[in-house]
Ligand binder design. Structure first.
Ligand SMILES: [Zn+2]
Length: 103
């Protein structure tokens, strides 16, 4: 009864109930990959590891940016990439760049 405090006077007293309600909001992020997006495992000569590699379009989808921005990062050597039949960007270097930008 510690949390009940009378309001007003007389017989018809009302009680104010103090109650603490905690609401936890959980944010979830959904990344929607478009048809044709491609992420695969391939050797990155810079990392000297098998890493996740993505097409510039897939990388752009993940970063919510344009494919052109990904090509700018490739041209400025900001991210690792390999070029065979496809241009593939190293998700490890992309993640490192993203973390550096967000700090
Ligand atoms: Zn790499």
């Amino acid at each position: 009864m510690d949390n009940l405090k009378p309001i007003g006077q007389g017989q018809a007293r009302k009680f104010l109930v103090k109650q603490r309600i905690e609401i936890t909001l959980e944010m979830r992020e959904t990344v929607v990959m478009r048809y044709g997006d491609l992420i695969l495992s391939a050797f990155c000569p810079h990392c000297q590891l098998d890493v996740a590699m993505a097409t510039p379009l897939s990388a752009a989808s993940l970063l919510r940016t344009g494919e052109r921005d990904i090509f700018r990062m490739i041209e400025s050597n900001s991210i690792h990439y390999v070029e065979n039949e496809l241009v593939l960007v190293c998700m490890r270097s992309l993640d490192a760049l993203r973390n550096a930008v967000s700090q």
